[in-house]
Design a protein around this ligand. Structure first.
Ligand SMILES: C[S@@+](CC[C@H](N)C(=O)[O-])C[C@H]1O[C@@H](n2cnc3c(N)ncnc32)[C@H](O)[C@@H]1O
Length: 251
């Protein structure tokens, strides 16, 4: 019998509040603006949000007139995504599935993976995800990855963190395992006085390793930014925005 992966049970219960807390115009609008620019989306372009969660960024892209599709593994988040899209009368499609096996091919002008949603798998799995995104893009299509890497995380690595999100408090114990290159995170979520615990595990690459993984997946051009204003990427940048392009002559 195969071992259960942490991400199969992490995204539920009190965590959903944390995810919902990110669905504000203040957070979403600048991200959507950067996605539009970086992916050089033409009017009406098809764009993939993977994994899409409850679709906060897909909806923002649909409001801008693009045609987003979202893929996520968590059924309850997709139910929420469909409900909100319907309430806003946005024409969008959401599918449930594993991000390593994106069901669309040669379809999108752009794709994005937002908010630390990369590095969940082992190296082969992370590569499989990038290959799957590459296959889903049209030739010349672009992919934008938002998250952390060694250069953003380690200059100010916190072994203990405290995050308030809506009416949920998250206490985090972070440990970097140098033998696996992963950050192991022990979460205690406190909502209405009730505690729940869970664990997450993220593979942390250097920018160079990540660029090599993107090339191995078939991407040609790879560029890095350190923020949503297109800041140059450097050691200690608050985040990594990695932009990769599928060659125009690729299949
Ligand atoms: C931190 S959330 C980010 C969601 C979204 N990108 C956003 O910015 O709101 C990570 C998401 O990854 C999804 N997920 C986890 N493992 C997955 C997998 N193997 N395949 C597809 N989605 C997955 C979870 O359901 C969750 O919605």
């Amino acid at each position: 019998m195969s071992r259960k992966e942490w991400w199969e049970s992490f995204f539920r219960g009190a965590w959903l509040d944390v995810q919902k807390g990110r669905d504000t115009a203040e957070i979403v609008d600048p991200a959507a603006g950067f996605i539009e620019l970086a992916l050089a989306l033409e009017p009406d372009a098809r764009v993939l949000d993977v994994p899409c969660g409850e679709g906060r960024l897909s909806r923002a892209m649909a409001r801008k007139g693009f045609r987003p599709s979202g893929l996520d593994i968590t059924a309850s988040l997709l139910t929420q995504a469909r409900k909100q899209a319907k309430a806003e009368k946005l024409d969008m499609e959401f599918k449930q599935g594993d991000m390593r096996r994106i069901p669309w091919r040669n379809r999108f002008q752009g794709a994005f993976c937002w908010w630390g949603s990369f590095g969940y798998f082992d190296d082969a799995g992370n590569l499989a995800f990038l290959k799957s995104v590459h296959r889903s893009l049209k030739p010349g299509g672009r992919f934008l990855l938002d998250g952390h890497c060694a250069e953003t995380l380690f200059p100010s690595f916190d072994e203990r963190q405290w995050v308030e999100e809506g009416n949920t408090t998250a206490l985090l114990g972070n440990h970097y395992d140098a033998s696996t290159g992963r950050v192991e995170m022990d979460w205690t979520l406190i909502k209405n006085g009730r505690r729940s615990r869970r664990h997450s595990s993220i593979r942390i690459y250097t920018l160079k390793e990540l660029s090599e993984l993107a090339w191995e997946a078939g991407f040609s051009e790879v560029h890095a930014f350190g923020g949503l204003s297109g800041e140059a990427f450097e050691l200690g940048a608050p985040r990594l925005l990695l932009l990769a392009e599928k060659a125009r002559n690729a299949r």
